[in-house]
Design a protein around this ligand. Structure first.
Ligand code: HEC
Ligand code: HEC
Length: 288
C-alpha cells in the first residue's frame, strides 16, 4: 500500500516533469493530458476524483491553488483538502508547475470549453503580470519611486499620508522618519519578504494604519514600489539601527506614561463626578 502511493506520486512527478517541457502549447486539452493518469472528466473515479462538475463544486481560487500545489493547500489547514486527502487514502496529488493562466485554460477545458464562473478577470491578470515583472526587475528607478512615496516627496495617487509620518527607515545611512510606529528598516526580512509587506499595506491589521488608508487606499503599483524600497533598505542594513530603536523605546515609554496619566485623570474625574453628582441629585429630589 505504502509502495503503491509512492509509485503513483513518482509517476505523477515524472509526468509533470515531461509536461513542463512542452507547456508552450497553451491549450486546455493538451494541458490536461498528464492529469489523465489519475483523473477523468465524466469517466468515473480513478486514482483521483472524477473532475466532471468540479468547476461547480469548488471555487475558482481554490482550484487554482490546489492544482498548483495541493500540498500547500493541505498544509494551510483547508478542511476540503483534508477531507479529499483522507478519502483518497492519503495520496497527495503532485504539484504542477503551471501559471494561473494555464490553470485557467485547464479549468475552461474541464468546464466543457466555457470560462469557469469566478475565473480571473483578464484585466486583473494583466495587472498582476505587470506587478510581478516590476518586482522581478527590481530597478533603481522603481526603488527611488518607492522611497519618494515613503518619504512624501511624491504624493500617493489617492492622497494618503506618507509612511514617514509614523515610521522610520534608515536608507544610505540616513533615517529621519517618525517614531510613532515600528522602525521599518528591517521590515522586509522580519515580515518574510514581498508578500508580507504587500499584505500589511493592502490590509493593515493595525487600527491607526487602517484608519489612515481606508479612505485613501494605496494603489497596487504604489504598493510594489514601497515593497522594492523596503527590500533595498533591508539589504543595506545588516541590523536595525540601534539609535532609533532606543529612541523608539524612549518614546514608547513616554507615551506609555502619558496613557497611564490620562487614564488616571479620567478615572479620578469620573469618581468625583459620579459620587458627588449622585448625592447632589438625590438631595435635590428629596428637598423638592
Ligand atoms: C498522481 C496522480 C494525480 C495526478 C497526475 C493529478 N492528480 Fe489531481 N488529484 C489526485 C488525487 C489523489 C486527488 C484527491 C486529493 C488528494 O488526495 O489530495 C486529486 C484531486 C484533484 C482535484 C480536486 C478534486 C475535487 O473533487 O475537489 C483537482 C481539481 C485535481 N486533482 C486536478 C488535477 C489536474 C488539473 C491535474 C493535472 C495538471 C491533476 N489533478 C493531476 C491525483 C492526481
Ligand atoms: C498613522 C501612523 C501610520 C502610518 C501613516 C503608517 N503606519 Fe505602518 N504601522 C503603524 C502602526 C501603529 C503599526 C503597528 C506596529 C507598531 O506598533 O509600530 C504599523 C505597522 C506597519 C508594518 C508592520 C511592521 C512590523 O514589522 O510588524 C509595516 C510593514 C508598515 N506599518 C508599513 C507602512 C507603510 C509602507 C506605510 C506607508 C504607506 C505606513 N506603514 C504608514 C502606523 C502607521
Amino acid at each position: 500500500m505504502k509502495m503503491d502511493s509512492k509509485k503513483i506520486i513518482l509517476t505523477g512527478l515524472l509526468m509533470a516533469g515531461i509536461f513542463c517541457q512542452n507547456v508552450h502549447s497553451q491549450d486546455g486539452e493538451v494541458l490536461f493530458k498528464p492529469c489523465t493518469a489519475c483523473h477523468s472528466v465524466g469517466g468515473g473515479r480513478m486514482v483521483g476524483p472524477d473532475l466532471k462538475g468540479v468547476t461547480r463544486r469548488r471555487s475558482y481560487d481554490w482550484l487554482v491553488s490546489f492544482i498548483q500545489s495541493s500540498g500547500k493547500v493541505i498544509k494551510s489547514g483547508d478542511p476540503v483538502a483534508a477531507a479529499l486527502l483522507a478519502e483518497y487514502k492519503n495520496v497527495v496529488m503532485p504539484d504542477n508547475a503551471l501559471t494561473a493562466d494555464q490553470v485557467n485554460l485547464l479549468l475552461t477545458y474541464i468546464n466543457g470549453g466555457k470560462a469557469m464562473a469566478g475565473a480571473a478577470d483578464p484585466k486583473k491578470v494583466a495587472l498582476q503580470r505587470k506587478l510581478d515583472s516590476l518586482l522581478l526587475a527590481n530597478s533603481l528607478q522603481d526603488i527611488t519611486t518607492g522611497q519618494d512615496l515613503f518619504t512624501g516627496r511624491k504624493r500617493f495617487a489617492n492622497g494618503g499620508i506618507s509612511c514617514i509620518s509614523c515610521h522610520n527607515v534608515t536608507y544610505h545611512g540616513i533615517g529621519t522618519g517618525g517614531l510613532l510606529a515600528k522602525d521599518l528598516t528591517k521590515a522586509f526580512s522580519r515580515l518574510g519578504g514581498f508578500a508580507g509587506i504587500r499584505g500589511i499595506i493592502m490590509m493593515p491589521p493595525f487600527p491607526s494604519m487602517t484608519v489612515t488608508y481606508q479612505r485613501s487606499p494605496i494603489l497596487d503599483e504604489e504598493n510594489v514600489f514601497l515593497q522594492l524600497f523596503l527590500k533595498s533598505a533591508d539589504s543595506q542594513n545588516a541590523t536595525e539601527p540601534s539609535a532609533n530603536k532606543s529612541k523608539f523605546l524612549r518614546s514608547g515609554l513616554v507615551s506609555g506614561l502619558l496613557l497611564v496619566l490620562s487614564i488616571f485623570l479620567v478615572w479620578n474625574r469620573r469618581k468625583r463626578k459620579s459620587v458627588n453628582h449622585a448625592i447632589l441629585k438625590r438631595q435635590e429630589r428629596y428637598s423638592m
